[in-house]
Design a protein. Sequence first.
Length: 92
Amino acid sequence: MITALLDIWWLWVAAALIFAVIEVLAPGFIFLGFALGALATAGVVAFWPLSSAPLLLALFSGISLLAWVALRAVFKRQSSDAKIITRDINDN
């Protein structure tokens, strides 16, 4: 039963949209990796249907992990060149 549901490509697209909405509500680039993994899995299922649920879930988790690592590399923390003010203009 669960294998038949995982073989439907548009369910993976729906999961990707749900993860993307969660990412908008709770930003941090965590759920965006899951969304990209689900979207890539939808493409795999659409063009090359797999018959094994564990294989599909392993593919989803592997792609999600790779997407998360790539996103961490792209959106790494950058220093903001903000000035630190130590003197108030009203101090005379």
